[in-house]
Design a protein around this ligand. Structure first.
Ligand SMILES: *[C@@H]1O[C@H](CO)[C@@H](O)[C@H](O)[C@H]1NC(C)=O
Ligand SMILES: *[C@@H]1O[C@H](CO)[C@@H](O)[C@H](O)[C@H]1NC(C)=O
Ligand SMILES: *[C@@H]1O[C@H](CO)[C@@H](O)[C@H](O)[C@H]1NC(C)=O
Ligand SMILES: *[C@@H]1O[C@H](CO)[C@@H](O)[C@H](O)[C@H]1NC(C)=O
Ligand SMILES: *[C@@H]1O[C@H](CO)[C@@H](O)[C@H](O)[C@H]1NC(C)=O
Ligand SMILES: *[C@@H]1O[C@H](CO)[C@@H](O)[C@H](O)[C@H]1NC(C)=O
Ligand SMILES: *[C@@H]1O[C@H](CO)[C@@H](O)[C@H](O)[C@H]1NC(C)=O
Ligand SMILES: *[C@@H]1O[C@H](CO)[C@@H](O)[C@H](O)[C@H]1NC(C)=O
Ligand SMILES: *[C@@H]1O[C@H](CO)[C@@H](O)[C@H](O)[C@H]1NC(C)=O
Ligand SMILES: *[C@@H]1O[C@H](CO)[C@@H](O)[C@H](O)[C@H]1NC(C)=O
Ligand SMILES: *[C@@H]1O[C@H](CO)[C@@H](O)[C@H](O)[C@H]1NC(C)=O
Ligand SMILES: *[C@@H]1O[C@H](CO)[C@@H](O)[C@H](O)[C@H]1NC(C)=O
Length: 692
């Protein structure tokens, strides 16, 4: 979860929980816009698949200035293109809110023929995709990021048009725009291997950059894939002094190496490391630098700015790439203490979930996690959605919209975006969970592959209808479910993790992440006793800051004390049972077997007719419609002699049809399944011979 969103100013007029719409209603026939896009000579050498995002920003403002869901004044439209070549043109017209696979999708709930009159700055971006077949046999067309942390628009290597000012008034008009430039890829000057993936940065005295080719990820994706780390060394660190060894803080979070601000580990940490000055004061600590190594990871990935640091069927073995390839490499080249008690996981938000999951799946590798305001630890509340029981992710039973982003103003909650609005906003940037935004990466990380090879989405992205079967596949990533169901198994997590899981959240978390933390606490307390997981909920604290809202130096000393206390000479050493290999979870082989292509195929079945021997006209038979992915809508037809024998009729998944046979001949049931982003498919049942 990005908390930069919060920098946005809050609309003082009060933000309603429903997306605004009435504003446009009066102008329905008054205005309209078509946008025709072409490519300038030399800008596109080979045809590409991708997503074009068209932005209309008010009154000549830079369309990229404000694109966040809770603050953007833009109208944003998205359209997929397939094999778009140098001499091709594409027309943006209309903007139905449903045909997102091949049609134009507009946000907020708008079409190009209903744009309010005014002056706009208009610009388009083409995010290019590549098609790959992964080692499990699943073929996907996705964007491979190139050193910029995979932003949702204007990513490195995008085709872009010049922004033009346009007056929209009265009649329909066609605007012609030309992709005449590409977003420059930074010139990475570091000495690491490989191309632009994960960047390539120059080292300074204390900040080192490491990048390796991941064997496991490359094998999965069928192309070279890298993972990287930014390594902040303590002052006085000497590479050749291998007897002085340091514990390592693995600080999880978003892309830590983008343009400018995020190149370092967090500014807070860096400042403490640089000179020991407590930020905002002139107080210098006696001991200028913590005697620890701080590591952040660079793992931009197809689907998001990071991989969530675990093994998943949609992103591949990132957990193994980081934990079994990159960390051992770091431990070879830096003077680290190579023991679980001296490997600490920490982070906030996305990094909060990652740090918790890293410890929970790998108690054999890490000592503890200090997880701050983590993404949903327990899907009984996925943000504020009651995911296991809700019929709809966007609207509650009482009709109210589920909120997604809030802020407290003078003690009163102000909702800045709803789950519906945010998901619709994401859809403009990509279909099939490819927006490189928050809800989509959760779909990719928490869920399995769909039969279409893309993440099996837990709900309909447009209507919010929840698919319980798809949600069921999220359970291995529901961390409290994982812990409680492995409590007494051979992993013995009840014992292994006791005293090692620390979670902090504020009760005013801007993304309702306190809800999932409370569910996690409730469920782990229920089996482990009160306080099994050490959960701190600070009243009235929003999203952000260090663990328990500590000042940075205090936090670092706190971590150092934990490490000392749990080391071999400490008062509370971690037992070897607790770090046994048998505690390990999230095995890649199991993840891909249960969530990859083979599992998706195994979920399918053709329709079938159950009929005894000797079916005659007038016999009553039964048929089932087959098995399909959740969300596939079905129509059926009886066919005799290979020809349809009735009008197509709607059927539902799991339905058992009863049918009185009408005609002699060879009888089949044909069932056609349709779902957004799926190929429409007709499956035929077994044949049954009907005699007169
Ligand atoms: C595009 O059109 C130009 C001019 O007609 C032609 O020379 C060129 O080969 C075409 N390029 C492609 C990729 O078809
Ligand atoms: C899509 O747009 C149509 C027409 O404007 C509207 O009737 C329908 O309710 C919209 N659907 C959603 C899910 O917004
Ligand atoms: C979208 O707008 C249409 C009318 O313009 C309205 O019927 C529909 O409810 C809106 N959908 C959402 C999700 O707001
Ligand atoms: C293309 O974009 C770069 C920045 O990425 C800019 O410096 C350059 O001037 C642009 N070129 C044209 C022809 O607009
Ligand atoms: C990268 O280097 C090339 C060639 O020197 C230059 O044209 C380009 O502007 C540079 N890009 C950036 C982002 O600095
Ligand atoms: C380590 O390297 C420094 C300079 O790089 C040198 O002065 C010192 O003697 C070396 N120490 C050892 C133990 O090799
Ligand atoms: C210490 O580092 C911080 C952050 O880099 C900087 O703002 C501050 O001026 C530095 N203080 C001293 C005494 O160098
Ligand atoms: C730190 O010292 C500088 C220079 O002496 C002074 O201007 C500033 O106000 C001091 N800041 C604090 C927070 O004390
Ligand atoms: C905040 O709430 C208090 C008590 O309700 C009220 O007196 C005060 O005017 C409010 N302040 C603002 C800035 O709204
Ligand atoms: C674990 O096993 C113990 C002892 O058999 C039992 O009391 C406890 O309920 C079990 N806990 C869970 C979560 O299965
Ligand atoms: C929970 O952790 C805090 C430090 O964050 C510590 O002070 C407290 O004693 C711990 N509580 C338990 C029950 O271990
Ligand atoms: C533990 O104490 C022993 C004896 O004082 C010392 O040799 C050893 O280095 C210590 N180990 C750690 C990890 O501090």
């Amino acid at each position: 979860m990005f908390y930069t969103l919060l920098l946005a100013t809050i609309a003082t007029s009060g933000v309603s929980t429903a997306p605004t719409t009435t504003h446009y209603a009066k102008r329905i026939n008054a205005v309209g816009l078509d946008v025709k896009l072409s490519v300038a000579n030399g800008v596109l050498t080979t045809p590409t698949d991708g997503r074009i995002v068209l932005m209309l920003a008010p009154d000549g403002t830079d369309p990229l200035l404000a694109i966040e869901v809770d603050s953007s004044p833009n109208k944003i439209f998205g359209l997929n293109v397939y094999k778009f070549g140098a001499n091709d043109t594409v027309l943006f017209s209309g903007g139905s809110n449903s045909s997102t696979e091949t049609g134009v999708y507009g946000w907020p709930n708008i079409t190009l023929d209903k744009i309010p009159a005014g002056t706009y700055s208009v610009q388009a971006f083409l995010n290019n995709y590549e098609t790959v077949t992964r080692s499990d046999g699943s073929t996907v067309t996705v964007h491979f990021p190139c050193g910029d942390g995979a932003p949702n628009v204007n990513t490195f290597g995008s085709l872009i048009t010049t922004a033009v000012d346009l007056d929209i008034s009265g009649s329909t008009q066609t605007l012609e725009l030309t992709f005449d430039n590409t977003t420059a890829i930074e010139n990475f000057t570091g000495s690491e291997i490989g191309g632009c993936n994960q960047g390539n940065y120059e080292d300074t005295e204390y900040l080192k950059h490491v990048k390796i080719r991941s064997k496991k990820l490359s094998e999965f994706w069928g192309r070279n894939m890298y993972v990287g780390a930014n390594v902040l060394l303590p002052s006085g660190y000497k590479a050749n002094d291998t007897t002085t060894r340091y514990p390592v803080i693995y600080s999880q979070g978003h892309w830590p190496a983008g343009q400018g601000a995020f190149r370092y580990p967090s500014a807070d940490f860096s400042a403490a490391w640089d000179n020991g000055t407590i930020p905002g004061t002139n107080t210098t600590k006696e001991r200028p630098t913590p005697k620890m190594i701080l590591v952040t990871f660079r793992h931009e990935a197809p689907f998001y700015d990071d991989s969530y640091a675990v093994n998943t069927a949609n992103l591949g073995p990132y957990g193994d790439a980081i934990n079994d390839e990159l960390i051992p490499h770091l431990e070879e080249i830096f003077n680290t203490i190579q023991a679980p008690y001296a490997r600490i996981q920490e982070g906030g938000s996305t990094g909060g979930w990652e740090s918790a999951a890293s410890l929970i799946f790998r108690p054999d590798l890490f000592g503890a996690c200090f997880s701050s305001y983590p993404d949903s630890l327990d899907f009984h509340r996925h943000q504020d959605i009651e995911l296991y029981t809700a019929a709809n992710a966007y609207q509650r039973a009482d009709g109210s919209f589920v909120p997604s982003i809030r802020k407290f103003k003078n003690g009163t909650e102000v909702v800045l975006a709803t789950v519906a609005n945010e998901n619709h906003w994401e859809l403009t940037f990509g279909t099939a969970s490819r927006s490189s935004n928050q809800w989509d990466i959760w779909n990719a990380v928490f869920g399995v592959q769909g039969y279409n090879n893309y993440p099996l989405e837990p709900w309909d992205k447009i209507t919010g209808e929840v698919y319980p079967e798809a949600v069921e596949y999220w359970k291995p990533m529901d961390l409290s479910n994982y812990i409680t169901s492995n409590w007494n198994t051979s992993r013995k997590l009840g014992k292994a993790l006791a005293g090692r899981v620390y979670v902090y959240v504020g009760s005013w978390d801007n993304y309702y992440l306190n809800e999932g933390v409370m569910e996690f606490q409730k469920r782990t307390d229920a089996v482990g006793g009160t306080g099994w997981a050490n959960v701190t909920i600070l009243p009235e604290k929003p999203h952000g800051g260090n663990y328990q809202d500590r000042e940075i130096w205090n936090y670092l000393e706190f971590l150092e004390a934990w490490i000392q206390d749990h080391g071999p000479n400490g008062t509370n050493p971690i037992s070897s049972d607790a770090t046994a290999t048998s505690t390990r979870g999230n095995y890649w082989e199991e993840v891909i077997q249960t969530g990859g292509r083979a599992a998706a195929v195994a979920r399918q079945a053709p329709p079938s007719i159950t009929a005894g021997y000797g079916v005659r006209v007038g016999s009553e038979i039964e048929a089932c419609v087959g098995r399909w992915d959740p969300g596939v809508t079905l129509t059926a037809q009886w066919a005799v002699g290979g020809k349809a024998d009735c009008e197509a009729f709607e059927v539902t998944q799991g339905e058992v049809l009863k049918y009185k046979v009408q005609k002699k001949g060879i009888l089949h049931l044909w069932v056609t399944g349709e779902k957004r982003n799926y190929v429409t498919e007709t499956r035929k049942s077994n044949s049954v011979g009907v005699s007169g």
